[in-house]
Every structure is written in C-alpha cells, then in structure tokens.
Design a protein around this ligand. Structure first.
Ligand SMILES: Cc1cc2nc3c(=O)[nH]c(=O)nc-3n(C[C@H](O)[C@H](O)[C@H](O)COP(=O)(O)OP(=O)(O)OC[C@H]3O[C@@H](n4cnc5c(N)ncnc54)[C@H](O)[C@@H]3O)c2cc1C
Length: 812
C-alpha cells in the first residue's frame, strides 16, 4: 500500500473531489463514508444549483474556482457533462454597482481570468428576459458556468473507485477513536475503520464531526432560499438545460439560472436563518433531505417582487418548487482547511462552495501527500488562523449571520466589522478614545486609524485629498500624523502585533531550524528573518529578540505562526511556547526626537552607542519595566517598548507627559502604513504570502544560507537561481490617484501583475504601490498602468526604499 490508511467523511462535492485528487497522487488505502446514498447523499451538494462565478477579492479563491471549472469541463457522468459553459453575467442596476463591477473585473484580470464590462444593450442581448430599463451594465465572464454537482460527485467518485478507493454509502460516522493524541479509527454504525488520516468533509455537519476529535469549527449552517418557477412562456420549448449566462443581481441579493423552460431564483435578501449543526435532522426524519428545510414564503416576498421587476417575463408565472437549503458560513467567509492543532491525523475541508470544490481538494491532496500545498496560497484558508475569541459560539453565529447578509454587498477594503465590538482593547484604549481615535478593527483589536486630536496639525500642510473611494476611512489628519512623525516624535499602539515567547534549553536550536536567520547571536540581539515552508514559500516574516540565553521574544503575524511553532516543537519538553500577546502591550515611540523623550525617563543607556539599532534590552521607563527593542517599522529612530498589560496605561502616560515639550503626538495605522511603504517594509499577507519565496519578495537579505540547515533551505537553493517575478515599488505622480491593493497592472493592454499594498507617501509627495511584476518589467524607469475601476493610472517603477535609503534616520 502507498499512503496512510485514510478515511474521508462525507461524499459531497468536497469528499468526492478529494478522493479523486488523493488517489490520483498515488494514495491507495482510502475509504469514503457517507450516511446517505450515492451520489445524491442528502447534503448541500445534492440540491445546489451549481452556479460557478470566479470573481473574488481573494486570489486563492479565484484560482480554486478556475481550477474547479477547468476540471469539471473535462468530466462526465453517464455521458452527461459535469460543467455547462454558459458564462456568467453580474448586473449593475445602480451606479455604485456599476463602479463595483469594474473593481471586480480588476480582480479577475489580476488573478488571470478574462472578463469584460458590457453595456445595457448587450446585457439584454445576453439575457432577453431582462427589463432593458432596469440595467446599467454588466460584467460578463465567458468561462463561468454551471457545475452539475451531483454529476461531479458521481464522476469523481467513479474515477477514485477505479483506482481502488472504497465507498461506503449509508454508513453513519458515530465517533473518532484516538490513540493518545492521534486518530486511530473511525467508528461507524457498520463497524470501525482503522485510520491514520481522517478528513472531515461533512459540510454543515462538520462541527459535529470535528467535535468528536475535540476540535471547534467556526462554522454555522444557514438556510438559503432557492426557488424554481413554473414554465416561463418566453422559455417554452427550450431544449437545452441552460443557454444563457448564469446571472447575478447583487443589488437585490439575487441570482438566477435557467433549467430548460423554468428559472431558478436564489435569494440572500432575507433575515439570517442559522441552524445549530446539532439540530440538523437525521436522514430518516428528513422530509426531503437533511440539508433542506421547509420554504418560508414570507422571506421570499421581496425577492419575488424584485424578480418580477427585473425579469418581466416572470410576471405571469408562479413559484412551483422552493426550499430553504442549508450550507456553511464562516466568520471571515473563507473555507476551513488543514489539520487539527491538537489531534494528529485529523484534517478538515469545510465551508467550501461547489465553485471551489476541486481546487480545495487539490490543495488538500498536495498538503496531505507532499506536506505543503504548492498550487495555491492557503494562508487565508488554514483552519488554525483563528484567535480564541473567534471560536466563541456567540461570535461565530454573529459573524456567520452577518457574512450571509453581506454576501453580495460592496465592501470597502478597510470596512471594519460592526459587531461584536469592541472585543480586544489595549491598555491605551481609554487614552486613545480621549484623543478622538477613529478606530478600525483588526483580528478583534480596536486599532486607531487616526486621532481627531491631531486635526490642528493639518492647516498649512500639503496633504492631497485622494479619490472618493480611497477617501473613505481617510482623513487629512493621516497626512499630518505621518509628517509629524518624521518631524518630531509619535506614539504608535503596536499591541495588536502578535508576540510569542520561546524559551527553554532547546530554544536556540529550535528557532535556528525554523527560521532563515542566525538567531544564535548574543543576548540582546534582534534578528529579522522568515519562516518558510518545505518548498521555500514564505509562511511569515518575524522579529526574533534574544532576551536571555534561553529566552526569545518573537514578533509574529498571527495565529498561524503560533501553530507552526507548536507543530515543530521537539517532543522532549526542551522548548516552551507562550502567546504573550493578551497579557502584554507595546508602544512604538518613533521619530527624530524619540531619544529626547525616552532617555531622561530611563535608567538604561539609550544612547546611540549604548543601544544600537536592532538590539534589545530590559529597562525601566519611569516606574514601568519594559523590554525595549530598537526597531521601527516607520523608518525612524526609536523603540518598541513592551510591558505587561497592567502597566500599559502608566507607560503611555509617562511617555505622553515627557513628550509634551517635544510636540509628541499619537499616530494611527493609516500614517503607519504610509510610512512603512515609504521605507519599503513588507507586510505579510498583502505583499508576500506562502506562494512567494524570499528572493522574489526582496527579502533575500533575511536568509542566511551559511548558517546550516533550516526548513525550506533545500528548496531555496533551487529557487534562488530562477527569479522570474519580483515584488516591485512603483510611484504615482497624480496625488489623487491613490490605489488600495489588488488592482491589475498593465503593460500597454497586457495585464502583467497586481498591486499588493498601496498608500500615499506624505514625505516623498507621491503615491506608492507595491506590485508583483515579471522580472523583466521590474527595472527602475519602467512605465506601467494600474487599472483602477474604469481608469488607468500611470505609474513608474522606482528604486526602493523611497525614504532614507542610507538608513541614517534609523541608525542615528
Ligand atoms: C440552496 C443552495 C444553493 C447553493 N448554490 C450554490 C451555487 O450556486 N454555487 C456554489 O458554488 N455553491 C452553492 N451552494 C453551496 C454548496 O452547495 C455547498 O457549499 C457544497 O455543496 C458543500 O459541499 P460539501 O461536500 O462540503 O458538503 P455536502 O454536500 O453537504 O456533503 C457533506 C456530506 O457529509 C455527510 N455526512 C455528514 N455527517 C455524516 C456522518 N456522521 N456520517 C457519514 N456521513 C456524514 C453528509 O451526508 C453529506 O453527504 C448552495 C447551497 C445551497 C444550500
């Protein structure tokens, strides 16, 4: 046998696709169990209308959809196609939506899928049933279409069975048997199946199955309305199942598809209808199937009125058949993929649409077989991305319901969640409120974006007003805070940055093996380095401060870093990992006058000689014990000052009082972002992800190949020689033309890359955009265009960093 004993729980589109993808990679001891009959098991896949639209702000989701569509296009079940390639049409009935469609086309283009904006007449030509007066335009994507999900299950299971995969329908999983902290078997009503690897592909039942392995899945089944009309006279005699593009009318939260001479109408415009996974009825008790609830007609009234308005041909027809069908929602709208943090061998592939099913399965198969996924960047999908509060049942239901409501909304990249807030607040929160902080939310933290108290700094400064979209969640105060930081000194609340303590006699070796840096330096050293996958992809960029012989403080990007550390712990107890974020806080005190503020307050030597750049030490600031690290993401002299949460407010007050004579201000995230881009500092998740290696991301300096072996080193040796794309700095002369990230970049008419992070640089007086570009277009002086809604913005490749390349400010 090749591969471990593997059991897939669930034979919907996800389980079936995974059986295929795993078996094609050579695993040959796989059993698929499902409580229902095959191929229509009674889960969500059994009644999904299968519309597959590829447009998505997430590159990964678009790529997964594209892969799924391409694969389905090659598959058949009983001679019938699994994919109906009719294209997709998203309509605009309001000017705001038409503008939004341009943004969505930008994502598609950036992620490599073709589409075009079409005029109202062409929308009507594509869909003659449309009221011509209702439509302002549309986004047409020729490669979208319908996935026949039951056929997709059938076809992929047959392929898998031909390779020896066993399918056990009508077999209910009752328990997961463990051997210590690893899976040992799946217990079913037909006996036990020994297993080394179990993958939960149980859709809306996922939380029930995961609980058997002690895992909390932040997933809520929500009922979603799908209605089929009676015969529409205008479609009478239609011989093909579907000829017109699948249709979205997002202004009214509706979608449509044909089925011969009737129309399917999907409706998200109704109150959220969550159901506890424990309340899903059994197959025997279900009237239709367990994932189908009775239709609540009142919830459909608005949708039906709007359908009749948009499609006058439906005015004389009735709804003949309708359901409230259940499917999964998550707090951030992304799938849940990966291995349990606590139980070895227990994996999940959950909250996946039909649209992305084969892509998710491919990613899972690569991850399981090869140890990491090389086809897609999974940092947004990994089930271990969540913080503890994300798993609180109240939070999960509230967020999942809100995501249902917002599924078709126009969401600004900075738009924060409205509830539940506030959740996490730093010890400086009250002081920030007193300064009139405008808070946005990140990972549960209330984060000041700018402070109304700084409004007085604006008059007399040259602070251009950006275009209206970029001007949302913006104030001229942002520019004033950025400039004031470079002129004098500012406090930045850095508490939201994840901090992990790594300690014990094995700590040095452990960090040496996990990171690209040389961390075995003297006590007091600080090292910027990377965590890599086995294939050399960047998992994170981190700052490792050696505070004692066997004690390190590591500045990370999020929970995935913590999870990565825990997975690689030696089994002998020689390394201890502790997330110290909640119990500590951090202020960045930065600017040319930072030393003038801090030195008089401390017993420590904070002179340039006594406290060098990229060094750390413990000291007192007044009465507050701090760990001080001489670093700055804004590119100015200064320190990150860490203390325990109880002393946080005292630290703020001490610095604030001492800073008055130096013109100290509090600075927000928006100024921070502008300053870090002027300095060329990358942000993981936006600028680089799992799919990029250090050399192409401009982070080769953080890799010490000479230090000995580390995770990803072997793969890097191969990658270093072949950099074909580069993370590149562009500037924009037009001061109003501020872009936001994820926009396509064009060389003449050809899309050649996409923007990662962007902001206006208030010191350099230009717009800044970092973008992934082919290496041959990444040379300074290269002129390109950024696609911004329906405009093209001229940009030019420049040398980086834009500010203080000699590092005089930081080292001064
Ligand atoms: C009305 C409606 C319309 C939709 N429209 C679309 C659309 O147009 N496009 C799109 O992409 N997506 C759509 N979706 C979403 C999509 O249907 C689902 O996200 C997808 O089908 C989920 O697939 P799955 O394999 O994860 O889950 P499922 O298909 O639900 O499969 C899970 C399987 O697990 C089995 N199982 C559960 N518990 C046990 C147990 N204890 N023992 C054994 N087996 C068990 C179940 O029987 C089931 O077969 C729609 C959903 C609904 C409800």
């Amino acid at each position: 046998m090749t591969g471990p004993r593997t059991v897939l729980i669930g034979a919907g589109v996800v389980g079936a696709a995974l059986a295929d993808e795993l078996s094609v990679r050579g695993w040959d001891d796989i059993t698929v169990v499902d409580q229902g009959p095959l191929p229509a098991t009674g889960g969500s896949s059994s009644h999904a209308p299968g519309l597959a639209f590829q447009a998505n702000p997430s590159k990964t989701m678009t790529q997964m959809a594209r892969y799924t569509i391409e694969k389905m296009g090659r598959l058949e079940a009983a001679g019938q196609p699994c994919f109906l390639p009719v294209g997709g049409l998203e309509l605009a009935t309001t000017p705001e939506r038409l503008t939004e469609l341009h943004r969505r086309l930008g994502w598609l283009t950036a992620w490599g899928v073709k589409g075009r904006i079409i005029r109202p007449e062409e929308c009507v030509a594509q869909w003659p049933l449309l009221d011509p007066d209702a439509v302002l335009g549309g986004l047409l994507v020729p490669t979208d279409g319908v996935i026949k999900s039951v056929r997709a299950v059938d076809a992929q299971l047959r392929l898998a069975q031909a390779r020896g995969v066993r399918c056990q329908p009508q077999t209910e999983v009752l328990d997961i048997r463990m051997d210590g902290d690893r899976v040992a078997a799946v217990v079913t009503d037909r006996g036990e199946i020994p297993a080394d690897v179990v993958v939960c592909c149980a859709g809306i039942w996922g939380p029930r199955i995961a609980r058997l392995a002690g895992m909390a899945l932040p997933l809520t089944p929500l009922a979603h309305q799908l209605a089929w009309t009676g015969q529409v006279p205008a479609l009478a005699g239609q011989a093909e199942e579907i000829v017109r593009p699948i249709l979205r009318h997002q202004d009214a939260d509706l979608y449509f598809r044909e089925r011969f001479d009737v129309l399917g109408v999907g409706n998200y415009r109704h109150r959220p209808l969550p159901l506890s996974p424990d309340d899903i009825v059994s197959i025997d008790a279900a009237q239709v199937m367990p994932s189908v609830l009775p239709f609540t007609e009142d919830d459909f009234a608005e949708a039906w009125a709007e359908t009749r308005r948009l499609l006058p041909a439906t005015r004389d027809v009735k709804v003949e058949d309708a359901i409230n069908g259940l499917f999964s929602f998550t707090p951030d709208g992304m799938p849940l993929m990966g291995q349990s943090a606590a139980v070895e061998g227990f994996w999940v592939a959950e909250a996946v649409w039909v649209t992305h099913s084969a892509g998710v399965a491919r990613a899972m198969a690569e991850w399981l077989v090869d140890g990491c996924c090389s086809s897609f960047d999974l940092h947004e999908c990994d089930v271990n991305r969540f913080e503890p509060h994300h798993l609180a049942p109240d939070y999960v239901v509230a967020r999942d319901c809100q995501n249902y409501v917002e599924v078709y909304d126009i969401i600004h990249p900075l738009q924060p969640m409205e509830a539940p807030r506030p959740l996490r607040a730093s010890p400086f929160y009250e002081r920030e409120q007193q300064l009139g902080a405008f808070f946005l939310e990140g990972n549960g933290w209330e984060r000041p974006h700018w402070y109304a108290a700084n409004a007085g700094l604006v008059p007399g400064r040259d602070i251009p007003v950006p275009n209206p979209w970029a001007a949302r969640y913006w104030s001229p105060i942002v520019g004033a805070e950025a400039q004031a930081t470079r002129e004098a000194v500012a406090l930045y609340d850095m508490t939201a940055l994840k901090r992990v303590e790594v300690s014990g006699r094995g700590a040095v070796d452990f960090l040496h093996r996990l990171t690209t840096g040389d961390v075995a330096k003297s006590v007091g050293s600080v090292t910027y380095c990377l965590l890599l996958d086995e294939d050399g992809g960047i998992r994170s960029d981190i700052t490792v401060a050696r505070l004692d012989r066997d004690e390190f403080q590591v500045g990370c990007n999020g929970n995935l870093d913590l999870d990565w550390f825990r997975r690689h712990l030696p089994g002998d107890g020689s390394v201890i990992i502790r997330d110290i974020t909640p119990g500590t806080c951090c202020i960045g005190v930065w600017g040319p006058l930072a030393r003038a503020v801090v030195q008089p307050l401390t017993d420590g030597d904070f002179s340039n000689q006594g406290f060098r750049y990229f060094r750390g030490k413990r000291a007192y600031i007044g009465t507050v014990p701090v760990t001080a690290l001489r670093l700055s993401y804004v590119g100015e002299l200064g320190w990150e000052l860490y203390t325990t949460a109880d002393m946080g407010r005292k630290l703020w007050d001490t610095l604030w009082a001492a800073g008055q004579e130096h013109g100290i201000i509090a600075g927000g995230r928006a100024a921070f972002n502008s300053l870090r881009l002027e300095k060329g500092y990358r942000s993981f998740g936006a600028d680089m992800t799992f799919e990029h290696d250090p050399y192409e991301a401009g982070l080769g300096f953080a890799v010490k190949m000479g230090k000995g072996d580390f995770i990803g080193r072997a793969a890097l040796e191969l990658r270093a020689a072949s950099v074909s794309r580069r993370l590149t700095c562009l500037t924009i002369d037009d001061p109003t033309a501020v872009v936001m990230g994820k926009e396509p970049v064009y060389d003449a008419q050809r899309c050649v890359g996409y923007v990662t992070s962007a902001a206006y640089g208030y010191t350099i007086g230009k717009g800044i955009a970092y973008a992934w570009l082919p290496a041959e277009l990444a040379a300074p002086g290269q002129e390109l265009d950024i696609g911004y809604f329906d405009q093209r913005i001229r940009a030019v490749v420049v040398e980086e960093p834009l500010f203080d390349p000699g590092m005089e400010r930081l080292r001064g």
